[in-house]
Design a protein around this ligand. Structure first.
Ligand code: CA2
Length: 141
């Protein structure tokens, strides 16, 4: 089973700044934990700060992989192009946000992605990624 974890802009800064919102662990470290938690899965991680590269990655894997866990960062609230890509691909996507976006600024309350995703997990910290993968695993059985 192949699952892509796809992170958008600024998520490469996790663990370096704003620990009160995003925690103090880097995503690379957390991804190693995820791989040990799901040793039988083919897990891939990709992060980009560039909208077009995120689109290219969705197009690349979105007809072959079994699931995509997407934290689009701030593009969640701005990108119709990424929303269109999620709608165009056949691989199911789960939207994840580390922070509870609904308890933050109003501009973070709207997501262009949510209606195109099979589910949304917000505010549970990095554990949201694990929960999304658990869901894909459960659905495949
Ligand atoms: O809560 C989330 O996961 C977000 O997707 C994170 C995005 C934010 O724009 C969304 O509204 C919610 C921002 C990621 C920035 O990550 C940083 C990490 C450390 C230091 C600075 C930014």
């Amino acid at each position: 089973m192949k699952i892509l974890v796809l992170n958008g802009p600024n998520l490469n800064l996790l663990g370096k700044r704003e620990p009160e919102i995003y925690g103090n662990q880097s995503f690379e470290d957390y991804f190693e934990t995820l791989q040990t938690q799901f040793p039988k899965l083919d897990l891939e991680y990709y992060q980009s700060n560039h909208e077009g590269l995120l689109l290219d990655k969705l197009h690349e894997v979105g007809f072959d992989y079994d699931g995509i866990v997407l934290n689009g960062g701030a593009y969640t609230h701005t990108s119709i192009a990424i929303a269109d890509a999620i709608g165009a691909i056949t691989t199911p996507v789960i939207e994840v946000h580390i922070s509870n976006v609904h308890a933050r600024e109003t501009f973070r309350h709207h997501s262009y992605f949510s209606s195109k995703c099979i589910g949304v997990i917000v505010g549970l910290g990095l554990d949201g990624y694990r929960l999304a993968i658990e869901h894909f695993l459960k659905e495949s059985k």
